[in-house]
Design a protein around this ligand. Sequence first.
Ligand SMILES: *Cc1c(COP(=O)(O)O)cnc(C)c1O
Length: 355
Amino acid sequence: MSDITVTKVKQVGVLPTDKELGFGTIFTDHMFVMDYTTGKGWHSPRIVPYAECANYPAMIVFHYGQAIFEGMKAFRTEDNRICVFRPYEYLNRFNRSAEKLCIPKMDVEQIHDALFQLLALEKNWVPGQLGTSLYIRPFVVADEPHLGVKVADSFKLYIILSPVGAYYKTGFNPVSIKVEDKYVRAIKGGLGEAKTPANYAMSLAAQQDAYAEGFGQVLWLDAVHRKYIEEVGTMNILFKINGEIITPELNGSILGGITRKTVLELSRSWGLKTTERQISIDEVYDAYAKGQLDEVFGSGTAAVISPVGELSWKGQRIVINHNQTGPYAQKLFDYITGVQSGKIADQFGWMEEVR
Ligand SMILES: *Cc1c(COP(=O)(O)O)cnc(C)c1O
């Protein structure tokens, strides 16, 4: 691979205190950038100061949304090492998203090396308090200035880094969720399984309505039957019914979360019956009526595990586990965050150290 050129800032910034950390508003001193040009491929990899990125108003991503992104985390462990959680899982998904958006394939090893070189430079920006992390946001945008709808001939890949605070500052609080029956997020054959801005644009109106009605999140149903469960907000969803872990199968319209994968692998290793299949909202309400709906929780990189305290579907409300965090959600959260913080031995080889 071509060498990465490095241009350093004149004066490095200071990591805010843990109290001052929120999500995604503070960025580290440097970022990684690389260009793609048709005929030339991906080229000019460089680490440069984090700064405004000037570009032309006509660039394709502004008008037609040709873009993809990822979101993963680096942690400072208890023994003061910096480790990234399952980086190859996220980078391989990045390439799968690229394919769906007609964005040229990237060399995963090259992006991996670039990320680790950037992290080695920004080690001081990784906060250490339990629950905090350095959020890693790789993304690609079509930056060719052109008002015609087409696959762009030039792209930019960026990796930016943001120290983030603990998601749960005052302990777990289960969310109340509106089961969406008006809007849809994605459909088989569309972009639902890619991590692309369009899916978020699709979700805004539903989210606004749900907030206005006092809910914290939206649970999406399938776009055809308006019946089968897909995912929740920006997380995958899992149910514990009569002792069994059930989650919708990856059917083409659902994003395949790395946290979802981690939860399934863990559940299997702990000997729980774990099933990926189509599951309807009626089935969930039936299980509730029979007293078999033990727990419901979301999974995603930001929150890790997000317990669901209440579901509301067409005005019918059900309260899950007395609106308390269930023991299984708690166990998963404690285990995954334990491995991430270095408290629990990394048996599965999830953590990769920055040296
Ligand atoms: C990123 C994302 C998730 C969660 O995936 P993780 O890899 O666990 O962070 C779920 N749904 C959508 C729509 C997402 O964009």
